[in-house]
Design a protein around this ligand. Structure first.
Ligand SMILES: [Zn+2]
Ligand SMILES: [Zn+2]
Length: 411
């Protein structure tokens, strides 16, 4: 009897041990495999080279052979180990977006200007990024690809996506060289390309749709990221032409506003289709273009979209647990962002020159100011006038310039 009991005990213990060590294995292989979890589990139809120069080489701990990783990849989807975190890195008048996917893979959408190379690289390092699984160059303008060559040199890179358009700029050549030097294949970014498709997590490219555009901006790769019940749309510099071409479900929670808030993007009809609750504008402080345009801000405000801006708030970080979205900042209120300093009577602002009181048209008397390169006219004292300040009668200014959205000059 005792013998039987002992045998049973041994049997139970053995079974238990086996089960436990199995569990242990599973956890081990998940954590080991997960960091930059190698090649996409589901090769997209566009993926020409099956194995993107795997970024998983970085994690040497994993004893798992490649065969195991395939099995592992199918396991990951249901067990997301982290939140989705999207960093709109403050790179001034440029775009650089780091996406930490909930399956622990990483994606970098654009890399700022060349001068931002170190900012981007340091930001990635400080967030513990050791490899980039998906690198997307939305379109070959310097403010989007400038920092990418340095990033490519500094990190193991998985797959590279770029629209099929080229320019002759040095920085574009540098990008191609860095991609080439690493032996990376370039996957064409265009509508219909799927980057990730696993249950609960989907990343698709929605644009460019057409085969040619007059403006490089409209070549922008537009990316939709769906994580469970939350979704993001990254519009690059896509302008209204491209926005109008987008089809399918583009109803999202977060919109990376196209073209730094220029009024050539973010039309009312686009906002009606996308209905974002949150919008991020990646734009430089005191940029000479006068961006974001007041029209864009007004439209966003009209549709009740909460707006976040890198020029006023620095890097914006948005997190999703699959159901809830959190932002590391408060939205910039549309009204108060124009500290509409009521024209102080004492300040030398807009002093209607008394000398010309004879002038019959009162508007003719108002002097506003423009800059050498900007597209806006300003009140005296506006911060945009720091570098250059050219007086001009309001009536003339209104013909070729728009009112500044910061100082709200008379219209
Ligand atoms: Zn741009
Ligand atoms: Zn551009």
């Amino acid at each position: 009897m005792k013998k039987l009991f002992a045998l049973t005990l041994v049997l139970i213990l053995t079974l238990c041990f086996a089960a436990c060590s199995n569990d242990g294995n599973r956890i081990n292989s998940q954590t080991a495999g997960s960091p930059p979890a190698s090649s996409p589990a589901t090769p997209s139809p566009e993926t020409t080279s099956a194995t993107p120069a795997s970024s998983s080489t970085q994690t040497t701990a994993s004893p798992a052979p490649p065969a195991n990783q395939t099995a592992l990849a199918t396991d990951i989807p249901t067990a997301f180990s982290a939140d989705l975190t999207v960093h709109f890195i403050n790179v001034g008048q440029a775009d650089a977006i780091l996406v930490q996917l909930p399956n622990t893979q990483t994606m970098l959408i654009d890399g700022g200007n060349k001068a931002d190379s170190n900012t981007v690289i340091n930001y990635l390092h400080s967030n513990g990024i050791s490899a980039i699984d998906y690198l997307i160059a939305t379109h070959p303008h310097e403010d989007h690809i400038g920092g990418l060559p340095a990033v490519i040199n500094a990190f193991p890179i998985g797959s590279v996506y770029m629209p099929k358009v080229s320019t002759t700029t040095q920085i574009f050549e540098a990008l191609l060289t860095s991609v080439d030097n690493k032996g990376l294949a370039i996957h064409t970014a265009r509508a219909g390309v799927n980057i990730i498709a696993i249950p609960g997590l989907q990343v698709d490219i929605l644009a460019p749709v057409s085969n040619s555009y007059a403006d490089l901006n409209d070549w922008s790769a537009v990316i939709k990221l769906q994580y469970q019940n939350t979704s993001f749309l990254f519009a690059g510099d896509a302008e209204s032409i491209s926005e109008n071409e987008l089809t399918g479900d583009i109803d999202v929670d977060v919109l990376k506003v196209g073209h730094h808030g220029s009024d050539s993007s973010t039309t009312a009809s686009f906002l009606q289709k996308t209905t974002p609750a949150y919008a991020v504008i990646s734009v430089g402080k005191d940029n000479t273009y006068g961006l974001p345009d007041d029209t864009t801000l007004a439209t966003l405000s009209k549709y009740g979209v909460k707006v976040y801006r890198t020029d006023e708030q620095g890097t914006i970080v948005i997190t999703s647990d699959g159901n809830n979205i959190r932002v590391n900042q408060d939205p910039v209120p549309y009204q108060s962002r124009a500290p509409s300093k009521p024209p102080k009577p004492s300040a030398s602002t807009v002093e209607p020159s008394r000398a010309s009181q004879i002038d019959s048209s009162p508007a003719q008397n108002i002097t506003v100011y423009v800059t050498a390169t900007g597209a806006k006219y300003h009140r005296d004292g506006c911060r945009y006038l720091r570098k250059s300040k050219i007086p001009i009668p309001l009536e003339k200014a209104k013909i070729t310039y728009g009112p500044c959205s910061v100082c709200h000059p008379p219209q």
